[in-house]
Each structure stands twice: as C-alpha cells, then as structure tokens.
Design a protein around this ligand. Structure first.
Ligand code: CO
Length: 151
C-alpha cells in the first residue's frame, strides 16, 4: 500500500495517450492498489493511471458502491445525455458543468485480464467517460460548458 503523487494540470503526461496494458502481473496489481489508496486519501470518485504518472490504459472508479477496475476500457454503447458539475483530482478546486451520455456500456479487462462489460447510468456513466478520456490524454476542462463557483 502506498500513496502516489497526483499529477496536476500543466504536467504534460496528462495530455499523452496511454498504452494498452499487456501484462496482468504483480506490477499492475500494485499500481491498482496504490491508485485505490491514493483515490481514497483524496476522497475522489475516479483515478486514471496517467494521473499518477503511468501511461497505461488503467483506471479505477468508486462512486460509493464498491471499487471498479477498468483495464483497456472501451465504450461500446452510449445513450441519452446529462449535464452536471464535474471535477478532477488533477485539476484541484475547479468545478464545471459538463455534458455526458446518461448511460454508457463499457467493455474492459479486470486485473487478471478477464474481459467484462459494465453498464452505468448518471454518476457512474459520467465517471467512466471522464476516466476513459484521461487515457486519451484529455481533461474534462475542454468539455466544460460553464465553470461553477464553489461555496
Ligand atoms: Co480526472
């Protein structure tokens, strides 16, 4: 268990495309475990590997219903739309309204390389879209419709 440093806006690693995970080995498991510790410490909903400086297609999400690990994720289907306030651990203290699909089905591998499908609505759909975009080197900032002041 270890906490990793979160890269923040301006760090060029956040704008790079991540590489496919090919080895589902102990090194990957340690990365995922460290990402989980880092996510919890920072009270986040999701974290992608490039946010801790690793250019691999791996992300984790926990919206309060348990941990979801997405390795090599791909969006298979999306429908509807929702607009809500969104933030990112790599962009501290900035919140903005972002439009996302309301429902998303994602195909991904688990930490042992097994493929699975997951469908999420509302916050889970939003989180999956947000994290998958990190793997493409994109931050939510470029999608913000309106920045939201914090109270
Ligand atoms: Co983020």
């Amino acid at each position: 268990m270890a906490i990793r440093e979160i890269r923040t806006r301006g760090d060029e690693i956040l704008s790079k495309k991540c590489k496919e995970v090919k080895n589902f080995d102990n090194k990957l498991h340690i990365l995922l475990d460290d990402m989980y510790d880092t996510l919890k410490l920072n009270n986040g909903v999701g974290l992608a590997a490039p946010q801790v400086g690793i250019l691999k297609r791996a992300a984790i999400i926990d919206i309060g219903d348990g941990l979801i690990e997405l390795i090599n994720p791909e969006i298979l289907e999306q429908s509807g739309s929702q607009i809500a306030s969104e933030g990112c651990l790599s962009v501290p203290n900035v919140w903005g309204e972002v439009e996302r699909p309301n429902k998303v089905t994602v195909k991904a591998q688990d930490r042992n390389g097994r493929w699975f499908k997951i469908t999420g609505e509302e916050l889970l759909a939003r989180a999956m879209c947000h994290e998958i975009e990190h793997l493409e080197g994109k931050l939510f900032l470029e999608r913000v419709i309106r920045f939201v002041d914090q109270d």
